[in-house]
Each structure stands twice: as C-alpha cells, then as structure tokens.
Design a protein around this ligand. Structure first.
Ligand code: FES
Length: 80
C-alpha cells in the first residue's frame, strides 16, 4: 500500500522550465532536489508526475504535496 506524501515545504517551489523538456515533479515529498524527483520515492508506492513543458516559463510547483492540481500549487498549503 502506498505511503502518504509528506510536505517538502509549505509553499510552492519556483522552477524555470524550458519548452519541450521533460520534468518529473516529486509527489512523495522525500526528494532532496525539490521540486523534482531524485528517486527517493522508492518503496513508498508513490511515483513522480512527469510532464513536458509547453513553453519556457516560470512555474510554481506544489511543495506541500497536497495540491488538487498536480504538479502545480493550488494554495492547498494554506489549509495545512
Ligand atoms: Fe518523490 Fe520521486 S522522490 S516522487
């Protein structure tokens, strides 16, 4: 059974992304390279969310891992 995600920080991580590149957002909260996956989810039953950036821009990715709009911050950290 999957373990619960743990909050990495109670707020979003700002990440510059490049159009066409793939990124793996850490869903488990255990990565040391937030907000991206470093493989620390091993044995948690959780997997990262991989996405391709549509354009070069700054994204605000969820740090509390409780968002309802993965991988983006939706303000859920304000309710924790
Ligand atoms: Fe958290 Fe991979 S380290 S999902």
């Amino acid at each position: 059974m999957a373990q619960d995600p743990i909050p990495a920080q109670l707020g979003p991580f700002e990440l510059e992304v490049e159009a066409g590149k793939r990124y793996s957002w850490c869903r488990c909260g255990r990565s040391k390279t937030q907000p991206l996956c470093d493989g620390s989810h091993k044995d948690t039953g959780l997997e990262p969310l991989t996405f391709t950036a549509e354009k070069t821009e700054t994204l605000y990715l969820c740090g509390c891992k409780d968002t309802g709009d993965e991988p983006f911050c939706d303000g859920s950290h304000l309710m924790l």
